[in-house]
Design a protein around this ligand. Structure first.
Ligand SMILES: O=C(O)/C=C/C(=O)CC(=O)C(=O)O
Ligand code: MG
Length: 228
């Protein structure tokens, strides 16, 4: 069942179409030493986890929407696609549950997050909005030998803004999968966003974001304004 799902995933062009089973989006926040350093915040003692609605997915060819009166940041991330159901798994076994990968942007509305923080309220509207999760084509598991040693980069209008290896992550891919699975069952097709390295920043209407992962995939998205 799981292996046929994974081969279906691999044969399809884009992540948002792969999965008939899971495909919830689970994100880890502040998971890079470099970003924690930039933001002058301590390393989290445990992974900080959030959810994004599946209505956030977009594929290459679609456009990132930014509310006119709000600020939305780009965050380039390694996306891990779950290959088989996992519940309360150990770190030692966690990599066995990976079905593949993708390159992802965790678009983040920092105006909404700032408002939420002021009220000690949840971050949902900062993480979940239409177009908040641009994704690349599916990358087969075999193409990435070690998810904790993957190079990510992002250019904004041709200028490099983010460039880092996933080796800078605070919690490894195994630790994140195991940790999340203690609380919620991860299902085939679910996407785990592993966090963003330093250099995150705002996008503006007509900006172009280009990003890449090792020499495996690049993707480009443009930005347009929408009414707030
Ligand atoms: O504190 C904020 O305003 C936002 C934090 C994030 O978006 C954290 C991440 O998603 C990340 O580190 O990847
Ligand atoms: Mg993020």
């Amino acid at each position: 069942m799981a292996s046929s799902l994974v081969s279906k995933m691999a044969s399809r062009a884009h992540l948002s179409n792969f999965s008939e089973v899971g495909r919830k989006i689970v994100g880890a926040a502040l998971n890079y030493k470099s970003l924690a350093h930039d933001l002058k915040v301590p390393h989290p003692a445990k992974p900080i986890i959030f959810l994004k609605a599946t209505s956030s997915y977009i594929n290459v060819g679609q456009v990132i929407e930014v509310p006119k009166a709000e600020t939305v940041n780009y965050e380039v991330e390694l996306g891990v696609v779950i290959g088989k159901k996992c519940k309360r798994i150990s770190e030692a076994n966690a990599l066995d549950y990976i079905g593949g990968y993708c390159l992802a942007l965790d678009m983040t509305n920092v105006t909404q997050i700032g408002n939420a923080k002021k009220m000690s309220a949840p971050w949902d509207l900062g993480k979940t909005f239409d177009t908040a999760c641009p994704v690349s084509k599916f990358i087969p598991k075999e193409s990435i030998k070690n998810p904790d040693d993957v190079k990510l980069w992002l250019k904004l209008n041709g200028n490099v803004k983010q460039e880092e290896s996933t080796s800078d992550m605070i919690f490894s891919t195994s630790q994140l999968i195991s940790y999340v699975s203690q609380f919620m069952t991860l299902e085939p097709g679910d996407l785990l966003l592993t966090g963003s390295p330093s250099g995150v920043g705002p996008v503006r209407p007509n900006d172009v974001l280009e990003c890449g992962l090792n020499d495996l995939v690049t993707m480009t998205f443009s930005v347009r304004a929408v009414e707030s």
